[in-house]
Each structure stands twice: as structure tokens, then as C-alpha cells.
Design a protein around this ligand. Structure first.
Ligand SMILES: [Zn+2]
Length: 150
């Protein structure tokens, strides 16, 4: 991987793309800021604040959920980068393989941890972010508030 600045630029670019796709498919993005927690630099929050609810298209909730999850993960990755622990597996603390980060810059776990988590996640709440020190991004499916619809 390149420098932090390069990683940041890529993450921001992918985040904007994902947000745009989500918006086009009828999702809404809400950004909650925690003043003082992430410093004064909040370009992503600024850009996403402008996004409006724009959805009457009948796109499957699953499609939007996948996009929403990606938005959340990209936003989290940017926060990890800001805190200096980007590229470390949040499960085992080990380094994530550079090739894996290059393929999926938003990943939070190494391959072996991810395999386990994906199995566990199939029945758990995948939307909850537990951190209190990041700009939290939530997804709302307009007019269809059910979560974890399978
Ligand atoms: Zn791991």
C-alpha cells in the first residue's frame, strides 16, 4: 500500500461512490458527529450531510443493505486511518495482508478472522457499530424500517 494520504484518498473516493450508489437506490445517509471526538477535519461528514432522502424505487432491501454496509465499513476504515490503527485486524490485532487491503481497503480483519466472523454474523446484528469515537453512519431504508430482513 501507499502512504496514508494515498490510502485516505482511495477510501474517500470509494466511500463517495458507495454513498452515491446508495442514494441512487433510494437509501438515505445520516451522519452523526461526535464533537471533539474526531477533530476538526470532517470532509466526509460535510459531503454526506448534503445527501437527501431520495427513494421510491423498489430496489431490494438486500441490495441497499449491502451498499449501506460498505458505506459504514469505509467510514470506519477512514476513522481507523485517522487513529493510526488502519491495517490491523480488529479481532486478533495482527497485520492484515497488504494484498487483502489493496483488494478491499475497508476490511477490518485478517482472512482467518473474517472467515469466522462471516459465519457468526449470519445471525447477528451486522449494523451496530460499537465505537463511540467515530462519525457514525447509519442507513435508513425509507418506508421500510425492518432490519435484518432475510
Ligand atoms: Zn485476525
Amino acid at each position: 500500500m501507499g502512504s496514508d494520504a494515498e490510502i485516505k484518498a482511495r477510501l474517500e473516493g470509494e466511500l463517495r461512490q458507495a454513498v452515491e450508489r446508495l442514494r441512487q437506490q433510494g437509501g438515505a445517509i445520516v451522519v452523526e458527529d461526535y464533537p471533539g471526538a474526531v477533530g476538526d477535519d470532517r470532509p466526509l461528514a460535510n459531503s454526506m450531510d448534503e445527501i437527501q432522502i431520495n427513494g421510491e424505487q423498489d430496489i431490494g432491501l438486500a441490495t441497499r443493505s449491502i451498499l449501506a454496509e460498505r458505506v459504514n465499513r469505509l467510514a470506519e476504515a477512514l476513522e481507523r486511518l485517522r487513529r493510526g490503527n488502519y491495517g490491523l485486524c480488529e479481532e486478533c490485532g495482527g497485520p492484515i495482508a497488504p494484498t487483502r487491503l489493496k483488494a478491499m481497503p475497508e476490511v477490518t480483519t485478517c482472512v482467518s478472522c473474517q472467515d469466522r466472523i462471516e459465519r457468526e454474523r449470519s445471525r447477528s446484528d451486522r449494523w451496530e457499530l460499537n465505537r463511540s469515537d467515530i462519525a457514525r453512519v447509519f442507513f435508513y431504508a425509507e418506508g421500510n424500517a425492518q432490519e435484518n430482513e432475510e
